[in-house]
Ligand binder design. Sequence first.
Ligand code: BGC
Length: 810
Amino acid sequence: MALRHQEIIQKLSIDEKCYLLSGKDFWSTYSVLAKGVPSINLSDGPHGIRKQEGVGDQLGLGGSLPATCFPTAATIANSWDPALGEMIGECLGEEAASQDVAVLLGPGLNIKRSPLCGRNFEYFSEDPYLAGKMAAGYIRGIQKNGVSACPKHFAANNTELRRQASNSVMDERTLREIYLTGFEIAVREAAPRSTMSSYNEINGVYANENEHLLQEILRDQWGFDGFVVSDWGAGNDFVEGVRAGSHLEMPTTGGDSAEQLIAAVKAGRISEELVDRRVDELLDVVFSTHEAMERARGSSFDIEAHHQMAMRASAESVVLLKNEENILPLAPGTRVAVIGDFAQTPRYQGAGSSVVNPTKLDNTMDVIGSFPLEVVGFEKGYPRVGAGDPAMQNAAVDLAKKADIVLLYLGLDEISESEGLDRAHMKMPQSQIDLLKAVSAANSNVVIVMSAGSAVEMPWLDQCKAMVHGYLCGQAGAAAVLQVITGQVNPSGKLSESYPLSYDDVSSKPYFPAVQRSVEYREGLYVGYRYFETAKKPVLFPFGFGMSYTTFAYTDLEADSKKVSFTLTNTGDTDGAEVAQLYVSAKAPKVYRPAKELKGFAKVFLKAGESKRVTIELDDKAFRYFNTKTDKFEIDGGEYDLLVGASVADIKLSATVNVAGTDAPLPYELSDIPSYAKGDILKVSDEEFSKLLEGPIPDGSWSGTLRMNDAICQLYYAKSFKARTVYKIMTGMLNKSIAKGTPDLNIIFVYNMPFRAIGKMAGGMVSQDMCKSILKIVNGHAGGFIAGLGGLISGYLKQSKIAKKAKEMK
Ligand code: BGC
C-alpha cells in the first residue's frame, strides 16, 4: 500500500521513526523539524479542556488552564440530543485550538455495565445506540475546526478497580453488540481522527496490542483512518502494540519503548515497512491537526458565550423524576428555604483526569437572587463527608418550617465518583437521608435537587413531592436547574440509564467487581434495561424516563422494516420537547435476545397544542445480531415488534413487521444456553458461560508470585517484608483519603497500577528492565534482593543514557 507521506518518511532514520511512535513528554509527540515533522499536543477531555502548562506533573493530574466546564457526558446523554452534543463539541474544539491542543481526549463512551463503575459520570449510557449517537455528535463538533477528537476507552473498560491489570472476559457477540456498537456508530458516522485504546485486556490480549480490535474491526471493518493512542500508561509490549495497530504510546517512556522497537526492527522481529505504515497513519493526523493549530494561533474564545452554552446544555439535560400534585414549576414569589451543602458548594463534575479548571463557577446561592422566588434562608443541613450533624440538621428543620417549599440539594460527594475508584454501593450518604426525613416531617413540600453522575437507590423517594435531577451539570448548571424549577425551561431530559429499586437487582452484580484478574461478563447482552425488561424486574425509574410540565400523545403509527412514522401532539398548555424512543423486539428469536432494544429516537419540540408527524428510520443495526459461526452480523428472519414509547417501559404504539433473514447457520442451540434464552442470568454456571464463550473460561487467579502485569495493590502477598510494609502504608493512605472524602488520585492510580506501569508512568526515569528488577526484590526469592538491586542499578545507568538520547530527539 502506497504511503501518503512517502517523501518525508523516506528521509527519516529508523531511530526518528521509532521515537515518533511514543510520547515526547506527558502531553506531546516528538517532532523532526528539520525533515518537516511538527510536534502536537494532546489533552483531556472530555467535558472541557485540561491543558497543563509546561510538561505536566508525574501523573498528569495537576492544575490546568481555565476552560469552560461543560456538563459531563452522563448529563448530556439525558438530553438525547446529538445536535446538542455537536454544539458542545464545537465549543470544545474552539477552546482546544485556542490552547494549542490538537487532540482532545474524548468523548468517553464506555458502557455503564454496572452502576458502580467510578467513571460512569464520564460515560453516556448503558445503551450502545444512544452512547454512539451522542458521541458522534460530540466528535463532529470537536473536529469542525480541525482538532482531532479521540473517543475512548476502546474497549470493554467498564470498571476502575485494577483497570490496568484486569482482563475483560466475554463472548464475541456481547463484545460486538454491547461494548463495540457505540464505537462503531461514532467511527462510521463521525470519523474521529484518533481513538484511545483502553487499559484492560480483552479476552487475554491488551487492548493496545489487540489486532482483532485495532486492525480487523476498527480499521478494516469500520474504515477508521486516524491513529490509535494508548491510554496513559496502557502500553504493555510496545512492539506488539505497533504490530497490532497502535500508533502512539503515551506518556513518554524516555526512549525505553522506542529503543525496544529499534532493536526489534534490527532483529527482524517487526518489519520496517510496518513501522513506516504506522508512522504514515500517525503523520496524517499530525499534519492536519498541526495546520489547524497554526490557523488558530493567537485565537481566544468567548468565555461568556461558552458559559451560556454550558447553561443551555445543562437545562436541556435536566431530568424531572417526580412531580406530585404538580408542585413544580414554582409560582413567582414562592417562599423557598434552600437547604443542602450542594447549593453552596456545587458538585458539577467528577474527579480524575477529566477535571476542568472552570473559567467561572455558579452556585445556587449566588444565582437564585435573579429568579422570581423569595428566599427565606439557607442552611447547609449536613456535613459534606461523614456522619450527620444534629445542630446543622436542627437549623435546617427550623428553616424548613418558615417556607412554603423546601429546595433540598442532595447528591453524591466527591469521593463517590472518581476515576480509579468504583463505588462500593448505590446508596446516598446516610446524613442526607436523615436530613430529608427530618425536613420532610417539618414541611411536606420538599423538592429534591440531585447532583450525582450515576444512579443511586432511592428507598426514601416518598419523602419528597418532586425531584429534579441535574446530574453533574457543569460550571453553569446552578441557574439551569433553577430555570427548570421556576418553569422558565420545561424539562425534557430523559434518563440514559435505568434506576433499579435496589443494587441487588442489577444483572452484573454477581460478577462485579472482579475477584482476581478476570472481569467476567457473564450477564452477556443483558445490561441495564435489556435485563430488567427481559426478566420483568420492576425498577424505580426505567431507561428513557423523564417528566415534563406538559403532556404528549402518540397516534397513527405507520411502520415497515425501514422506518416508523407517527403523530406526536403536545396535549398540554406549555411548550415543550419530547424524546420519542423506538425499541425493537423479536417475536420468536432463534438466537437469544433481550426483550427490547433501542434502535432509534427523536427529540421533538412542540408548542402547546401543536402536532407533528415524526419519522424514525431503522438503520442497519435495527435487526442484526452478531453470529460467531459466520463471524459477521446477520439477521434472524421473522416477525419483529416495533415499539414507540416515552420510555422503555411506557410503550405508546406498536406494530409488527416481517423481516427477511440472512439464513446464516445458528451459532448455538438455545437449549444449550437456557439461562440466556430466559434472561435468567444471575447465576450462570461455568458450563453455560463456557458454552457462550465457545471455549474454556480463562483462569484469572493470581499465582502468588508477582508478575509485571500484577497490580501494586497485590503487594500484600509479596515475599519481601519491606514490600508488604509498602502495601500496608499505601492502603492506610488510601483509606485515609477516602475517609476524608477527597480522592487522592495519585494514591488511587498507583494502587491499581501493574508493576510494568511504574516504568510507563515515570516519565522515562524507570525502564521496563528496572521494573523487572523491582519485581525480583518484591518476590524475595533466594538471592532476589541482591540480583534485583544489581539489576536496578545497571538498569538505571542504561536508562539514563537512553533518556539523554531521548531528550536530544526533541
Ligand atoms: C485516563 C484517560 C485520560 C488519560 C490522560 C488516563 O488515566 O484513563 O481517560 O485521557 O489518563 O489524562
